[in-house]
Design a protein around this ligand. Structure first.
Ligand SMILES: [Zn+2]
Length: 478
């Protein structure tokens, strides 16, 4: 820093990293120039010399070269989207981040410094990320050519004891299969570094050096109706644990949300002359496999029975049970075997949809599992709804019941927004350090780049109708 005046304007968040080995700078040319400083030592991370076969549009022949190529590719995606007359400099390295057999920190990134009250700052007394402050100021704040973003990626990914051996996919074509798409991880981490984060401590509610972040001008707790910039620290701390009551209030993100987020909640609508008291809409848990509920599926409900009890459907469905569910919607019980096994058995017997009745009380959760061969829709219904439906099926024929179910999406609420259409931010209870507040909520559908975990169905787009990340960054000043 060159003067005490400048010092008062910014705060370094992360200690500057010593450059190890020779500096390799790759430049991504676009509407904004992103410069990647590879700060790994020789032989490590971006410099790993392990031979690698070119994959998915990535021509690198070593692990390190492929990692760096993917980073440059992802930086080009951001660079083509952003505008800034100042270069965006990223210090990047592979290092050992948290990893267990079942979960991993894929990467972490953030602004190296924040600035306030610089020339042209839209809000006074408010922290902006380094790269955003440079863009707005139109000049290089702080130390010329100091890195604005620090990014770390998990060097342990791919080892057998880390995330079950699932590696980073280093191709740039999105065909990651069951591996973790490194381009998506890079886009996500750069998103944080560009400013997709609050610098306020969400756990304590304390501002950074007494000032709110630009993020806090848009973050609203709907329990109080207050923006974070207008709350007490205690109110912010409570808001960060409020689950579905922390939203983004900005008009740009919320105007774009309907073009990105799916409308409607999963449900089962029961009708027909045999429906009796079960007629009407029932909540349902969505399956992670099978046909989407975007296209409703309607049919007569027929039970799969073991004697008089609802069957677990863990074995192939034959005989009168198969006759009953052919061309109809099968009702089976949760338990013993996986959901995909039950639904596949019903599909194989000719069912056009499946209701899995819960075997425990409470609101129905989803149906987990993966089986690409399942092409019919399936949902979980509550135990109580299952019992009630079964009671209405006693007068059925061998092939029909006059109890009709429609599996689909109902209502006008967007998945990932509250009832007023405001996009929800991630606010789990208990607090998740590194994830809470500075991400979109995990209920968002379609999945968004800036959810706390990388989903397998992300595209490389950061704009509507595929994503909301860039709209949010624009809203805070990009
Ligand atoms: Zn993140």
């Amino acid at each position: 820093m060159s003067s005490s005046k400048q010092q008062a304007l910014f705060k370094t968040l992360i200690g500057s990293l010593a450059l190890a080995g020779s500096l390799v700078a790759s430049q991504a040319q676009a509407a904004a120039t992103i410069i990647i400083n590879n700060i790994n030592a020789a032989g490590i991370g971006f410099n790993d010399t392990t031979p690698a076969a070119p994959v998915g549009g990535n021509p690198g022949t070593t692990l390190g070269a492929q990692r760096l190529f993917a980073f440059t590719y992802a930086a080009n995606l951001w660079g083509a989207t952003l505008t800034s007359n100042q270069p965006i400099i990223i210090n990047a390295q592979f290092s050992a981040l948290t990893c267990t057999a079942t979960s991993a920190t894929l990467g972490s990134a953030g602004a190296t410094s924040v600035f306030r009250n610089f020339a042209g700052a839209p809000k006074t007394g408010t922290w902006y990320s380094y790269a955003l402050a440079n863009k707005i100021a139109g000049t290089y704040l702080g130390t010329l050519n100091a890195a604005q973003i620090n990014a770390n990626f998990n060097v342990n990914l791919g080892q057998s004891n880390c995330l079950a051996g699932s590696p980073f996919y280093l191709g740039v074509d999105g065909n990651h299969g069951s591996a973790v798409d490194f381009v998506a991880v890079l886009q996500h981490e750069m998103g944080h570094g560009l400013g997709f984060q609050t610098f306020t401590n969400g756990q304590t509610g304390a501002y950074l050096s007494g000032a709110p972040s630009i993020w806090d001008h848009f973050l609203m707790g709907t329990a109080t109706g207050l923006l974070w910039k207008d709350m007490t620290a205690a109110q912010r701390a409570a808001s960060s644990l409020s689950v579905d009551k922390l939203v983004w209030s900005g008009p740009m993100v919320n105007a774009a949300a309907p073009s990105v987020l799916r409308t409607g909640d999963a449900g089962v609508f029961i009708s027909g002359s045999g429906a009796g008291t079960t007629a009407g809409l029932h909540a349902a848990g969505e399956a992670s496999f099978g046909a989407s509920l975007t296209t409703p599926r309607t049919g007569q409900v027929m039970p799969v029975l073991d004697g008089t009890a609802l069957s677990l459907a863990c074995s192939p469905i034959t005989g009168t049970n198969a006759t009953a569910i052919r061309g109809n919607i099968a009702l089976v019980s949760r338990g013993v075997c996986g959901f995909t096994i039950k639904v596949k058995n019903a599909q194989d017997a000719g069912a056009i949809g499946v209701l899995v009745a819960d075997n425990a009380a409470g609101a129905p959760a989803g149906l987990g599992g993966t089986d690409p061969s399942i092409t019919i829709p399936a949902v979980r219904i509550s135990q109580a709804d299952g019992v009630a439906l079964l009671s209405k099926l006693t007068t059925r024929s061998r092939t029909g019941s006059t109890v009709i179910a429609t599996l689909g999406l109902f209502g006008t609420k967007m998945a990932g927004a509250d009832s007023l259409g405001r996009v929800m931010m991630f606010a789990p209870n208990p607090y998740q350090s590194g994830s809470s507040v500075s991400h979109f909520d995990t209920t968002a559908t379609r999945n968004l780049l800036m959810e706390p975990a990388i989903n397998g169905d992300l595209t490389q787009s950061v704009i509507p109708p595929l994503d909301l990340t860039y709209i949010l960054l624009q809203e805070i000043g990009w």
